[in-house]
Design a protein around this ligand. Sequence first.
Ligand SMILES: *Cc1c(COP(=O)(O)O)cnc(C)c1O
Length: 392
Amino acid sequence: MIPFLDLKAQYSQIKPEIDAAVARVIASGHFVLGPEGTAFEERFADYCQTAHCRAVNTGTSALHLALLAAGVGPGDEVITVSLTFVATTAAILYSGAKPVFIDVDPLTWTMDPGLIEAAITPRTKAILPVHLHGLMADMDPIMAIARRHGLVVIEDAAQAHGAEHRRRRAGSIGDLGCFSFYPGKNLGAFGEGGAVVTHRPEFAHRVSLLRDWGQEAKYDHAIPGYNYRMDEIQSAILNVKLDYIERWTEARRSAAERYDALLSDLSFARPQPPRHARHVYHVYAVRLKGRDHALSALRDAGISAGIHYPVPVHLQRAYAELGYRAGDLPVTEMLANDFLSLPIYPELLPEQAVEVVATLRNAAAPRLSEAVAARVEHPQSVMTWSHNRRAS
Ligand SMILES: *Cc1c(COP(=O)(O)O)cnc(C)c1O
């Protein structure tokens, strides 16, 4: 039995500290927006190399409030990707704006910057890249295009705590960065949580107001707002876990390196992180033809694998009204059809990685030639990508 992730293993390492932190909050009688939250905000801003952090109740709320703080609203368009969890799209719709999907780069699986300019219209207000699986989108061209066109950039860093692009942390390059502390995320609460980080004090101030009913002071409501506050128990837990995140991230990276080595003689396609990237492996995924067969073979062997995500947002029934069809985002759709996420978490043992890969090899052996074909199916996009890389 190899689970997809193992939250109990992590808790057992730090149980005394967590239990004491939770007990401390309960004894204090202070449960929402208090000293634990303030301490966490300061420390997490530091961790992200930003001036400000505002904790909120979920990653979805973080995205919603970042959009509102940046002035995105009805009539605006936000350029984003469809290869993500639905929350990215939902938050844009909550703001009243319209999501405009562009395709991803076939080698990094994140927003293809070469497609942004063609999607810009007079209504475009923001660009919202997603750091999928823990690898940051190619932020240099994204920022250059945004500055040229006067657009705001909001990073969906829900899967990318501590990821880096040229030594700059996820969340610190765009105008605003959004994080989730859902339990399974790299930094997870014991419940729900999220945060917005930014260099700009006016954005931080707007998020402070919006998350707490628009209150400047108690019962003084400056603007209409929401109840998106983070609770003190979650903040206290995150304060404990923040001391371990670097260690855990390095353990994830080691597990990924082990998978890379074990798979190196096979033709499984993996995302190719640029040399200057620190991938934090929220998810470790490989591309192979016959993915569904491999997934069930792993399941039969007691190994929990997954797909992140099997149906891209533009093809979800819930968002049919946006008007997209199969074929509109070929790279996104190809990846959704053939990528598979292997178990990864800091406590994954070397022998577990060996077992996962052995099972995968058996399942995929007859299909290797097809896997090779999958890599070269889109030569044109690959060429565009290498051109971008040389230019940046
Ligand atoms: C988890 C996630 C979110 C939403 O975060 P919640 O805390 O679950 O609301 C948004 N975007 C991405 C890419 C995510 O993985």
